[in-house]
Design a protein around this ligand. Structure first.
Ligand SMILES: CC(C)(COP(=O)(O)OP(=O)(O)OC[C@H]1O[C@@H](n2cnc3c(N)ncnc32)[C@H](O)[C@@H]1OP(=O)(O)O)[C@@H](O)C(=O)NCCC(=O)NCCS
Length: 209
């Protein structure tokens, strides 16, 4: 067997978290995490308007995310506690940023905020994007009023490149002012993101160097 890992990264370990490619059987844990976080998510995540939803809706969603992941179309991860017993949120390396780029998205369970978890996972995903996916640019977008979210790219060394006025954000129906934070490949090596502890594994568990 070849020992060379090949992208994408299916499992990513950071200091306190496991980010893993989703599976349909994660539906009960995902539903619990979303149900417990609805009020906290609703102001910022348009999809939370429809929550709480039935378990079947989570199964259907996880099948889509898993399919897109396996086909290399888009990369949504679930955020687990270290022992994989609890879903602590969701995140992604999204391809909608265009060729040679990724957009990082994230939400963290309402009971686990302000512990640096979003910064930790976004730092790990930034490393995966530059070091494994070999993209040239990583974006993080957030509502200009979402000060908690904006702190994440700021702490990691992203640059606030623009605030787009009255744009649709994350499939929402009402236009919001959207901040665009970016990091280019030459800005990555000296950044706080590059210093994030991270180990990544491919589809059959081979570790990336
Ligand atoms: C935004 C979110 C992901 C942040 O997660 P987190 O794990 O708490 O983030 P971190 O702990 O890494 O950093 C949060 C920062 O916000 C700061 N913060 C917390 N409450 C704040 C507030 N009301 N105003 C301004 N800053 C605030 C924290 O102090 C921290 O910054 P610091 O390290 O400089 O002190 C989380 O709050 C969340 O899931 N929100 C709902 C969904 C969402 O908004 N997703 C992002 C969409 S772009």
């Amino acid at each position: 067997m070849s020992t060379t890992a090949t992208g994408p990264a299916y499992r990513i370990r950071s200091e306190r978290l496991l980010l893993r490619c989703p599976r349909p059987e994660d539906a009960p844990l995902l539903k619990t995490a979303v149900d417990e976080s609805v009020e906290h998510l609703r102001p910022w995540m348009p999809w939370a308007e429809l929550e709480p939803r039935e378990l079947q809706a989570k199964i259907d969603l996880l099948r889509v995310w898993r399919g897109e992941f396996d086909l290399g179309r888009d990369f949504t991860y679930l955020i687990f506690s270290d022992d994989e017993s609890t879903v602590l949120g969701g995140c992604g390396l999204h391809t909608r940023a265009g060729a040679d780029a990724r957009e990082i998205g994230y939400w963290v369970h309402g009971g686990h905020v302000n512990r640096g978890l979003a910064t930790e996972l976004a730092g790990a995903l930034t490393r995966v994007a530059f070091q494994i996916d070999r993209v040239r640019r990583v974006d993080i977008r957030c509502d200009s009023e979402n000060l908690r979210s904006a702190r994440v790219p700021e702490k990691l060394g992203f640059i606030h490149e623009a605030t787009l006025r009255r744009r649709l954000f994350d499939s929402g129906n009402s236009p919001r002012n959207t901040m665009v934070w970016t990091m280019f490949e030459d800005e990555f090596p000296g950044s706080a993101a590059a210093a994030t502890a991270m180990e990544a594994y491919d589809a059959i568990g081979r570790k990336f160097p």
